[in-house]
Design a protein around this ligand. Sequence first.
Ligand SMILES: Cc1cc2nc3c(=O)[nH]c(=O)nc-3n(C[C@H](O)[C@H](O)[C@H](O)COP(=O)(O)OP(=O)(O)OC[C@H]3O[C@@H](n4cnc5c(N)ncnc54)[C@H](O)[C@@H]3O)c2cc1C
Length: 436
Amino acid sequence: MKVLVLGAGVVGVTTAWYLAKSGVEVEVVDRQAEAGLETSFANGGQISASHNEPWANPATLRKVVGWLGREDAPLLLRWRRADPYLWRWVARFLLNCNHPAARANTDRIVRVALYSRSCLQALRREVELDYDQLGKGILHFFRDSREFDLASAGIEATTRLGLARRRLTAAEVLEIEPALASMGSSLLGGIYTPDDESGDAFKFTQALAAEAAARGVVFRHDCRILNLEWDKGRVSGVATSQGRLRADAYVLAAGSWSPLLARQVGVNLPVYPAKGYSATIPIADEAQAPTVSLIDEEYKMVYSRLGNRLRAAGTAELAGWDLTMAPVRSRNVVERARELFPGGADFAKAELWAGLRPVTPDSVPVLGATHIPNFFLNTGHGTLGWTMSCGAGKAVADIVCGRPTDIDMTGLGLERFGSLAGSLSDQLGQWLKPAK
Ligand SMILES: Cc1cc2nc3c(=O)[nH]c(=O)nc-3n(C[C@H](O)[C@H](O)[C@H](O)COP(=O)(O)OP(=O)(O)OC[C@H]3O[C@@H](n4cnc5c(N)ncnc54)[C@H](O)[C@@H]3O)c2cc1C
């Protein structure tokens, strides 16, 4: 069997790796000159099962209202009247802003993220990959007591799902990461997940692509996918800038561009780009720079130590497929890092970047089969594409090869979305149901 993987980001490359390990002939197609040059290029670097709160939850709704009109808001929605993808995405997002949906979505995120973490660990035992990996855990820290208590209340539920986390006092936070001392009394405490990890997703993607190529995977770069073709209910080929490519099966792993390609064969994917920013800053003083990967819950910023560099990343902007960097937002990423680690890095040398996270309305990726028998999905990983890449790649490879998956795939496929009209009327029915 030959499989064509569409996209050579971290998700496409892991999918190709696990397919090749199953003995399948694999070709990966990407418009870039190398693997990992789009959203997988300069992300926050976290393998973070702990970062499992879906964007759509009742608390976000309240916060978004408070952020309205603020150009530096952690989540910014730029209304684009002529963008039907955005409107449909927002409608589905609102449908997920309730406690039962948020709980179900958290369970799904944790399920994939924990599986993926174990697949990554197994992969490292199999091949040597050099990507500035650090296994020092991930530390979420808080300035707001209400936020801290709310997040702490979720520890027990995710512990039951197998995710070990613990609540820390401010003093305990500083024992784990002394570089946060500059926060003084504004640091209230933290939640620590010792088994989470960090590393450079781009280096990982490149290293794994090289291993996959050595095992026979063909990478076709500088090759733009123009059109997915279908015939007699199956995908019959892909028209590209390098001619028509054919295979027995096709896996769509084109990140934020996946919905634009999927619709060509009648598959509606509720995936929308959410622009995020990062800054990569050379370390200036080891003693003042963090070594543990961090999440600042107040500003929704993440910090990872990648060798002799500090990566600061965050913010989300729903503004279509546009990679233009808003100066105020990229400046903010650097300034937040400078406030926390004033002498730790050489901020004048910060390299700024923006990427488009492929986000679903429920923050759960879309994995597996479609109504087209030879067309499969591995996309929509949003804020956690690097975290989920190995597990999602392995699970989708199993599905393509017709094998049982290691994890339960319920709630992870496209079928969970149904029609938007149907979902809206179901929700309306719930609201109108007389209280017992
Ligand atoms: C600021 C920021 C911080 C983040 N931090 C983290 C983090 O700490 N941890 C984490 O787990 N995740 C993080 N993420 C999310 C993560 O980076 C993404 O989920 C992940 O990179 C998505 O990978 P992908 O392979 O699906 O997409 P991409 O990496 O975008 O790959 C898709 C590929 O498809 C190709 N493609 C698309 N259309 C075409 C076409 N028509 N023809 C040919 N090729 C095409 C592109 O060239 C690209 O290479 C972050 C994202 C951002 C923006």
